[in-house]
Ligand binder design. Structure first.
Ligand SMILES: NC(=O)c1ccc[n+]([C@@H]2O[C@H](COP(=O)([O-])OP(=O)(O)OC[C@H]3O[C@@H](n4cnc5c(N)ncnc54)[C@H](O)[C@@H]3O)[C@@H](O)[C@H]2O)c1
Length: 637
C-alpha cells in the first residue's frame, strides 16, 4: 500500500487533469466574482442569465490555457515561469471577453456580462490558479521526501548564493533523490539570519552540533564557487570533525550547457584538503624566456614531465620535444595533444648516448627539462644498477650533451629524497645533483659553454603515478584495508600543477648552479591522510574500512627533509622558492668518482655499486635496508 502511494506521488499529474482543474477553478472564480458584485450591487440580477456568459467565458479561458500551455508545467516544480504563463492566459482571455462584451453592448445595447465581474474574476482566477499550484508544491515538498523510506537524507547547503539556490531547487525538482534542504550556511553577514526560499540562512560560526543534532544521514553540500582554499579546508575539516558527510558541486564553468545537475555533485577529494593557495606565477618572465624556443622535456609521459609539457604549451614555444622510453604513455600524450602542431614525440632512452646525441644534433634544443627518472624507493633498493643507470648516467649524458650543443638552460627535476638519502633512489638523485652542480661550476670557470644548470628539489606531488593517494583510493574502493607503513610516517605534499609551475619559474630565474627548493607547507601524517580519505568516501574507519600498518619499506624514511645539515637557504623574489646553499663539489673529482661507478655498473655487483654511492655521498645512510651493513663497515673502517 505504502509503495502504491509512493508510486502515485512520484507520478506527474496528467495534463488533462490539470486543465480540467483550471477550468473548474475558472468557473468557481467566475461564480465568486458574480456573487461579490451582486452583494455590492443594489440591482437584482438573475443568476440563471449568467449561465450562457459562463460557458462562453470558459471557452475563452480554455483557448487561452491551450494557447499559452499554462497547464503543461509539472505542478510540484511550479516556478515563476508558470506564474507568468498563468498571468498571460488570464490576461489574454480577459481582454478577449471584454472586447466581446463591448461589441455586444455596441450592437445590442445590453451587457451580456458586467465588465466589473470580468475584471474581479480575472484577479480571483490568477490568485486561485497560482495558489493551487504553490500549495500543491509546498505539500509535496513537505511530505514527498519522507515517502522514500530508503532515502531519508537531509541537506545543509553551504552557500546561499545563486549556486546554493540552484542546488536547492535541483533537489526539489528531483524528489527521487529524497533530500530535504534544512539549512543554508553563508559567510555573507547580509544574508545571515534571513531565509531563502523558506530555508533559514545561518552564519558559518553556527554550532554544527546544534544544527545537526538528532539528524541522521545529514549531508553538507559545498555550493560556493569563489572560495579561498583556506576557507574550503576549514569547512571540510569542521564537517569531518563532526562526522558529517560533505560533498561539493563542480565549478560553474564545467556545468553542461550552463545547467546544474544533481548527479554532478561529488564527494570532496583529499586533494581539496591538501591544496594550498594558488601560486602567483610571473608568467611574463617565463613567456619571455620560453616563447619561440625549442624545449626538450624528458620523462614527458610521466606525472611531472607531462604537466611541464602542458604548462609549456601555454608559453608558445617553437617546438616541444616529448621524450620518454615508455611507449604507451607517450602515445596517450600524443593523443591528448593531438591539436597542437608544435609537438614532437620521441621514444628514446636518456641513457643511450648516440640516440640522445642524434636528438640534440637534430633539434638543437635551447631548454631541457629533465624529469625522466626511476623514482620508486623500494623497487630501486632492489635494482641499484637501474637507479644508477637512469638517474645518474642518464642525467650525466643529457647534461654533457646540453653543454656540447649549447643549450641555454638545463633544469633538473630532483626530489627531497636526495637530501640525507636513506635509499638508493635518493642517493642516485643526489649524485646527479652533485654532477650537475660541479659541471656548471667547471663550465663557468672555463667559460667555454653558456649552458646554465639548475636543479629543483621538492617533496611528493599529489596523485602522481604510483603515489599514496591513488593507492589509498583503490584500497578504499576495494573495501580496505588501507595500508600505511608506519603510524608516525609524514610527507610533504603539493599538487602536480603547483610543483611544475615552480619548476618553470625556478628554471627561468636560475643563473646556473642553484638548487631551488620549494615551500612545501606543513608535512602531513600519512595515517591522518588515510583516515580523512576513508571519511570523505563516506565510510567509518575501523568499522567499514580498516587501516593496516605494514612496517617501513626498504629505504623508507619516517620524515623527508628538503635540506641536509650542511645546507641552508636564501630567499628569491618568489616566497615559495628558495635557493639551497650547498657545499661546492670539484668537477674532476666528481667525474672520477662517477666514472668509477660507471666502470662497475656492468659487473652488476649491487654491494659494490652501493658502496661506491656511499663514498660519493657520505651522508647516504641506508635505512631498513640490506645495505645498512655497509654503513657499519664504513663507519668501522
Ligand atoms: N612524483 C612525485 O611525487 C615527485 C616528487 C618530487 C620529485 N619527483 C621527481 O620527479 C621526477 C619524475 O617523477 P614522476 O612522478 O613524473 O615519475 P613518473 O614515473 O611518472 O615519470 C618518470 C618518467 O620517466 C620515464 N623514464 C624513466 N627512465 C627513462 C629513461 N631511461 N629514458 C627515458 N625516459 C625514462 C618514465 O617512462 C616515466 O614516464 C623524478 O625524478 C622524481 O624523483 C617526483
Amino acid at each position: 500500500m505504502l509503495n502504491k502511494i509512493k508510486r502515485i506521488t512520484r507520478k506527474n499529474t496528467p495534463r488533462w487533469v490539470v486543465l480540467s482543474l483550471d477550468l473548474l477553478l475558472s468557473a468557481f472564480s467566475f461564480g465568486l466574482a458574480f456573487f461579490i458584485t451582486e452583494a455590492l450591487s443594489f440591482e437584482k440580477t438573475n443568476a440563471a442569465s449568467y449561465l450562457f456568459p459562463l460557458s462562453l467565458l470558459l471557452i475563452f479561458r480554455l483557448i487561452a490555457f491551450i494557447a499559452t500551455k499554462s497547464y503543461t508545467g509539472i505542478i510540484r516544480y511550479t516556478s515563476t515561469q508558470d506564474a507568468v504563463r498563468i498571468f498571460f492566459a488570464v490576461a489574454i482571455s480577459t481582454i478577449a471577453i471584454l472586447l466581446a462584451e463591448v461589441t455586444i453592448y455596441a450592437y445590442l445595447d445590453t451587457h451580456f456580462i458586467k465588465p466589473a465581474i470580468i475584471i474581479i474574476d480575472a484577479f480571483i482566477l490568477i490568485f486561485f490558479l497560482t495558489s493551487f499550484r504553490i500549495s500543491f508544491k509546498l505539500l509535496y515538498n513537505q511530505y514527498a521526501p519522507f515517502n522514500n523510506g530508503d532515502n531519508k537524507k537531509e541537506l545543509i547547503i553551504y552557500g546561499a548564493g545563486e549556486a546554493g539556490i540552484i542546488v536547492k531547487r535541483s533537489f526539489e525538482q528531483n524528489s527521487s533523490y529524497g533530500r530535504k534542504v534544512i539549512a543554508f550556511i553563508d559567510d555573507n553577514p547580509k544574508l545571515q539570519g534571513k531565509s531563502a526560499e523558506g530555508v533559514n540562512i545561518y552564519p558559518p560560526e553556527v554550532d554544527f552540533n546544534t544544527l545537526t543534532a538528532d539528524r541522521n544521514n545529514l549531508i553538507v553540500i559545498l555550493a560556493i564557487n569563489n572560495i579561498s582554499t583556506f576557507r574550503k579546508k576549514r569547512i571540510i575539516e569542521t564537517c569531518l570533525a563532526s562526522n558529517i558527510e560533505i560533498k561539493t558541486i563542480p565549478p560553474v564553468s564545467s556545468w553542461i550547457d550552463g545547467k546544474f545537475s544533481v548527479q554532478s555533485i561529488k564527494p570532496v577529494r583529499i586533494e581539496d584538503l591538501l591544496e594550498r593557495e594558488p601560486i602567483e606565477l610571473s608568467t611574463k618572465n617565463i613567456r619571455k624566456d620560453l616563447k619561440d624556443q625549442v624545449i626538450l622535456i624528458t620523462g614527458a609521459a610521466g606525472s611531472i614531465g607531462s604537466e611541464i609539457v602542458r604548462q609549456c604549451i601555454f608559453f608558445k614555444p617553437k617546438i616541444i620535444i616529448l621524450l620518454d622510453q615508455a611507449e604507451t604513455p607517450l602515445y596517450e600524450m600524443q593523443n591528448e595533444l593531438n591539436g597542437e602542431n608544435n609537438i614532437k614525440i620521441i621514444v628514446g632512452d636518456v641513457c643511450n648516448e648516440s640516440r640522445m646525441e642524434q636528438v640534440f644534433a637534430h633539434y638543437q634544443p635551447s631548454y631541457v627539462f629533465h624529469a625522466a627518472a626511476y623514482k620508486h624507493v623500494p623497487l630501486m633498493e632492489e635494482h641499484p644498477y637501474e637507479a644508477i643507470n637512469t638517474n645518474v648516467f642518464g642525467t650525466q649524458n643529457l647534461a654533457n650533451l646540453s653543454a656540447k650543443y649549447g643549450v641555454k638552460k638545463f633544469v633538473f627535476v630532483s626530489t627531497d629524497k636526495a637530501v640525507n638519502p636513506t635509499n638508493i633512489m635518493g642517493a642516485s638523485k643526489r649524485i646527479a645533483e652533485i654532477f650537475i652542480q660541479s659541471l656548471n661550476a667547471k663550465l663557468r670557470l672555463e667559460s667555454d659553454s653558456h649552458t646554465m644548470f639548475v636543479t629543483t628539489r621538492f617533496g611528493n606531488v599529489l596523485g602522481s603515478n604510483g603515489s599514496v593517494i591513488p593507492l589509498f583510493k583503490k584500497q578504499i574502493e576495494a573495501g580496505g584495508p588501507v595500508t600505511v607503513t608506519h603510524p608516525e610516517i609524514t610527507r610533504f605534499f603539493m599538487t602536480i600543477p603547483e610543483a611544475c609551475q615552480l619548476v618553470l619559474e625556478a628554471g627561468v630565474m636560475g643563473k646556473g648552479g642553484e638548487i631551488y627548493i620549494f615551500d612545501m607547507g606543513e608535512s602531513v601524517k600519512i595515517v591522518d591522510l588515510a583516515r580523512k580519505m576513508i571519511r570523505l568516501s563516506g565510510f567509518e574507519e575501523g568499522k567499514d574500512i580498516k587501516i593496516k600498518f605494514t612496517g617501513l619499506r626498504p629505504g623508507e624514511k619516517l620524515k623527508e627533509e628538503l635540506l641536509n645539515d650542511k645546507e641552508n637557504t636564501i630567499g628569491t623574489h618568489n616566497p615559495k622558492i628558495m635557493v639551497a646553499k650547498v657545499p661546492d663539489y670539484n668537477y674532476l673529482e666528481t667525474n672520477e668518482l662517477i666514472s668509477d661507478l660507471y666502470k662497475q655498473k656492468d659487473i652488476l655487483k649491487n654491494r659494490m655499486l652501493v658502496k661506491t654511492m656511499k663514498h660519493i655521498v657520505p651522508e647516504y645512510i641506508s635505512n631498513n635496508s640490506v645495505y645498512e651493513e655497509l654503513d657499519k663497515k664504513f663507519i668501522d673502517s
